[in-house]
Design a protein. Sequence first.
Length: 518
Amino acid sequence: MSSRLTLRPGHVPLSQWRQIYDGARVQLDPAAQAAVLRSAQVVEAIVAKGDPVYGINTGFGKLASVRIEREDLETLQRNIVLSHAAGVGEPMPANVVRLMMALKLTSLAQGASGIQPKTLALLEAFLQHDFIPVIPCQGSVGASGDLAPLSHLATVMIGVGEAFVDGVRLPATEALARIGQTPLTLGAKEGLALLNGTQYSTAYALAGLFEIETVFQAALVTGALSVEAAKGSDTPFDPRIHAIRGQRGQIATAATLRQLMSGSAIRESHRDNDVRVQDPYCLRCQPQVMGAAFDVMRQAATTLEIEANGVSDNPLVFTDTGEALSGGNFHAEPVAFAADMLAMAICEIGSISERRTAMLVDPALSGLPAFLTPKPGLNSGFMIPQVTAAALVSENKQRAYPASVDSIPTSANQEDHVSMAAHGARRLLAMAENAANVVGIELLAAAQGCDFHAPLTSSAALETVRATLRAQVPTLQDDRYFHPDMLAATTLVRSGALARSIDIALPGVDATEAGRSA
């Protein structure tokens, strides 16, 4: 088993959330136990006192005015978990469930939720044994918390539902036994604490961020390669152009494009006496478009890192005064806005990539053989891969409509404004996959375009990229079954292999400004 990450509640950096998404096992910082115990003791004191406190000895939502007697408090918490487990759709991906559980673990461990240490320990055991509850992916509106999906997590903790253990789908009680655990009996406040919060939306948004960052980096590489294939100019990447505007992402992406093309013989071959004055926008405006996307990604990363380290429960237990205060931290509007920004960014990354492929297959624009085939007419070459890219880009445009501007009242109008963060975040993985396919098609087209310039070569970095691709996909001479080529190229994009193949540090999101990072 690989070494475990130690999570310090409230101070988990973005890099650790990424490691969890990639499969790292985790353990909670033992120092968190004291705060958890104090919080549980406050709930016990509230129960003993008997005054009505929402979620501890009252009903929920519109039923908050209904007082619950002490002897029914355990039933109340069990009932809320069972009744709220009303999700539909396919099970969440395992790596997103893992993220969601880790987010919930560190939120509860901050000592503001009133749960018992044994409840926290069971959630930690799930993460340590890669125990994955079966959680339907649809049913949350992003307030009052991600109720349905988090309830499906909680049902497994009380022995109801199903979970995957070692990849095998089992009834909850059997799955718990496989890892040496037994179902919980929930105390006062615990059911509500488990199902309240933004951890589902935040997990999907973080997953989307990580996948989008990988596609973004690959698109910088393929974008530079397309400039070479079209014998475009690197003048638009001159640092003076970007410094005078001052946009941070634009400056960073222009610097990367310059590095990627540095030392190219293809570029030098047409530096003088080129009759073309300016390249199309898809080549020339890459720093402006990709840089703007990069800035949006970093802003979203900052928001998500703060949210991942916060507490979005309700009510919140404050141990210094012994109070439980009702508020609205479960409302996922920050996550919804971050997800919408990421959706727009990945839509544009794919859009400008497709425009470069369309330019390369058009001899009037690129100066290359029609559809990048040596024998156009007899062969169709890259005709239909570009059509596929266009279809995927249009699909992403339709999905990029902001989710956060929608709302629908729930719970008999008690919960009358909701964030729709859950849907906004969940769509990101599909959008990233679409864009990865688009960038994979561009990789094939740009490499093919460069092949026509032989014996001239590109820069050392871009020749390494071409060699990485050509190790799996040979140059296209005559038409062949294209799908495996596209699959291989997209795999290189999604795996991060393009970034790893070169000795250039590609820009990545940096959320170091997030509030409570240690």
